[in-house]
Design a protein around this ligand. Structure first.
Ligand code: ADP
Ligand code: MN
Length: 494
C-alpha cells in the first residue's frame, strides 16, 4: 500500500475535535435560546399550566405553535365578523369556522341560528372558466378547456372553495397544477370532512343529553334561579323521549304579576331533533300553526311544542279542569305548578291502587273532563291514558298536552277515539262496571251520534266525517264550527 498502514487500529478523537463538538452544541443552544423564548412565553393555555413542561419535545412545540396560530386565526375571524356586522341589528356569525371552541362560548342568548346564515362569506366566486365555445386563442395557439395546464391551475384555484378548516397547503400561492383525478379525490374528502364537522358541531349544540341539559338550556334555567323566580332546582322527575321534567321550589319574585307556586315542575322539551319528526302530523295540520310551520327551522318547531302545551294548559285552566298552572314559558322550557308535594310527584293513574269507590269517582271525573275539554276548550287530548293522568288530592289531574289538537284537526276525531279506547279499557279492566265502551264514550264526549256497532265501521265513519270537514275547508276556506252554543252539538252537519 503506497500510503502505508495506519499505526493504531482504534480511532481516537483529538481534544480539538471534542472541543469543537462541544462548541457547536453550545452555539446551537445559544441560537435556539435566542430564537424561541418569546414564542414559548407567548403561547398560553393548556400547555403552560403545570410546572414540569418539557419544551424540548418537538410535538409539544408544534402543538403550542398550532394553538397560537389557531388563536390568531380566530381573532382574525372575530375582526372580520365585526367588520361585516358593523352596527347592523342583524348579524352573522363565523362561529362554525372557529378553530378553538371554548366550552363556555355560549354567552350571547339570542345569537343568530346557524341555519339562518344564508350568505356564506367564505364562498369564493366561481373560478373563471373558458368561454362557452370551450376554447380560447386562434389557429395553432388554441387552448381548449381540456388543456392539462389550464385545467390543473383551475383545479388548484378551486381548492379555495373548500371549507376554511380544510388545509390545502401553499398550493394556491404556487403555480401548482392539480390533475382532475387528484382534485376530485381532494374534493370528496373536503366535503365529507365538512359534513362531519358540521354534524359534530350540531350534536354538541343541539343535544339535550339523557339526564343533563345542554349549555343553552342550563343558562336558561340558571337565569330563572338568578332572577329569583325559582328558589332552587332540586332534581329530575322524569326523562322521557321528548322531554325532561325537573322539580323546583318557587322563588319570591312574582313575574308579570303572577305569584310563583311554592313548588314547580320544569318541562324541558328535548332539542334532539329526530325525536320530534314523528310528531309532525300533530302540528302540521293544526291550522293555528299552519302558516308558521313551513317557515321554521327545527329548533323553532320544538319551541312551538312548548308554546302549544302552554296554550292548551291555559285553556284547560280557564275551563276549571285540574291541570298544572302555567308559570312561564322561555323558549323550549315550560315552568308550571308542581302536582305533588315535597318533591314527590303525584303518582300516575297506572301506578296507584285505588279503592273501588275512588276508581268509580275517577272514572266519572274523567268522563266529565273529556267533555269539558272537547266542548269548552275545543281540544282533544290526543295522548290520554293512565300514563298522563295523575292522582292527587283525591282527584285526577291531566298533564302532557303539547300534542293536543282541536277536534276539527284532520285527524282530531281519530285521536279522540284512541283516547276513548285507552280510558274505557283502563276502567273496564279496573272493575268499573258503569264504564262506557269506547264507542259510547266517543259519542258521549263528542256529542256525535255514530251508530256503527263494531269498531271497523265506527272508525270508517269517523274518517268519513273528518274528510267531510276537510272538503268543506277546501270549498269554503273555513272549518265547520265544532259545536253550537246551545249545548247539544250538531257537529259536522250544516
Ligand atoms: P312526556 O312527554 O315526557 O311524557 P309529561 O308531560 O308526561 O312529558 O311529563 C313526564 C312526567 O313528568 C309525567 O309522567 C309526570 O310524572 C311528571 N310531571 C310532568 N309534569 C308534572 C307536573 N306539573 N307536576 C308533577 N309531575 C309532573
Ligand atoms: Mn307523558
Amino acid at each position: 500500500c503506497p500510503w502505508g498502514a495506519p499505526s493504531t487500529t482504534s480511532i481516537s478523537c483529538s481534544l480539538a475535535d471534542v472541543m469543537s463538538e462541544q462548541l457547536a452544541k453550545e452555539l446551537q443552544l445559544e441560537e435556539e435560546n435566542a430564537a424561541f423564548p418569546e414564542v414559548v412565553a407567548a403561547a398560553e393555555g393548556p400547555f403552560i399550566t403545570g410546572e414540569n413542561i418539557d419544551t424540548s419535545s418537538d410535538l409539544m412545540l408544534a402543538q403550542m405553535l398550532q394553538m397560537e396560530f389557531d388563536r390568531e386565526y380566530d381573532a382574525q375571524l372575530r375582526r372580520e365578523e365585526k367588520k361585516i356586522n358593523g352596527d347592523s341589528k342583524v348579524s352573522i356569525s363565523f362561529e362554525n369556522y372557529r378553530k378553538v371552541h371554548p366550552y363556555d362560548s355560549d354567552s350571547s342568548e339570542d345569537e343568530v341560528d346557524w341555519q339562518d346564515t344564508r350568505h356564506d362569506p367564505y364562498r369564493a366566486d366561481k373560478p373563471t372558466t373558458t368561454s362557452r365555445r370551450g376554447f380560447i386563442g386562434k389557429g395553432k395557439d388554441i387552448t381548449t378547456k381540456h388543456d392539462e395546464v389550464v385545467c390543473g391551475r383551475k383545479n388548484t384555484a378551486r381548492m379555495e372553495n373548500f371549507a376554511p378548516e380544510f388545509q390545502v397547503g401553499d398550493g394556491i400561492g404556487m403555480d401548482l397544477k392539480l390533475s382532475n383525478q387528484v382534485f376530485n379525490a381532494l374534493k370528496q374528502h373536503a366535503y365529507s370532512e365538512e359534513r362531519r364537522s358540521a354534524r359534530l358541531h350540531e350534536k354538541k349544540e343541539h343535544s339535550t343529553a339523557e339526564k343533563a341539559v345542554d349549555p343553552k338550556t342550563r343558562l336558561l334555567l340558571y337565569k330563572m334561579v338568578n332572577s329569583g323566580m325559582l328558589e332552587t332546582i332540586t332534581g329530575c322527575i322524569s326523562t322521557g323521549k321528548e322531554s325532561v321534567v325537573f322539580h323546583a321550589y318557587g322563588g319570591k319574585s312574582a313575574t308579570e304579576g303572577k305569584v310563583i307556586p311554592p313548588e314547580c315542575a320544569i318541562k324541558v322539551f328535548k332539542t334532539t331533533l329526530n325525536e320530534f319528526k314523528n310528531r309532525d302530523k300533530y302540528i302540521k295540520d293544526d291550522y293555528r300553526f299552519k302558516d308558521r310551520f313551513s317557515k321554521l327551522n327545527p329548533r323553532k318547531i320544538i319551541r312551538m311544542w312548548a308554546e302549544k302545551e302552554m296554550h292548551n294548559l291555559t285553556r284547560m285552566q280557564n275551563a276549571g279542569i285540574p291541570c298544572p298552572q302555567v308559570v312561564i314559558l322561555k323558549k323550549h322550557v315550560l315552568v308550571m305548578s308542581f302536582i305533588g308535594q315535597d318533591q314527590v310527584p303525584a303518582p300516575k293513574l297506572k301506578d296507584v291502587t285505588l279503592s273501588n269507590e275512588d276508581m268509580k269517582k275517577a272514572y266519572y271525573q274523567i268522563l266529565n273532563m273529556m267533555q269539558q275539554l272537547y266542548r269548552e276548550c275545543n281540544l282533544v287530548h290526543a295522548d290520554l291514558s293512565e300514563y298522563n293522568m295523575l292522582w292527587h288530592d283525591g282527584k285526577v289531574w291531566l298533564i302532557d298536552v303539547s300534542q293536543s289538537v282541536e277536534p276539527t284537526h284532520p285527524h282530531g276525531l281519530e285521536f279522540l277515539f284512541r283516547d276513548c279506547r285507552n280510558v274505557s279499557q283502563f276502567f273496564q279492566k279496573g272493575g268499573v262496571a258503569e264504564a262506557l265502551n269506547e264507542r259510547e264514550l266517543f259519542n258521549a264526549v263528542s256529542g256525535l251520534n255514530i251508530t256503527a256497532d263494531n269498531e271497523v265501521d265506527f272508525q270508517a265513519e269517523i274518517e268519513a266525517l273528518e274528510k267531510m270537514n276537510e272538503d268543506h275547508v277546501q270549498n269554503h276556506g273555513k272549518k265547520l264550527s265544532t259545536f253550537s252554543s246551545d249545548g247539544d252539538p250538531p257537529i259536522y252537519d250544516e
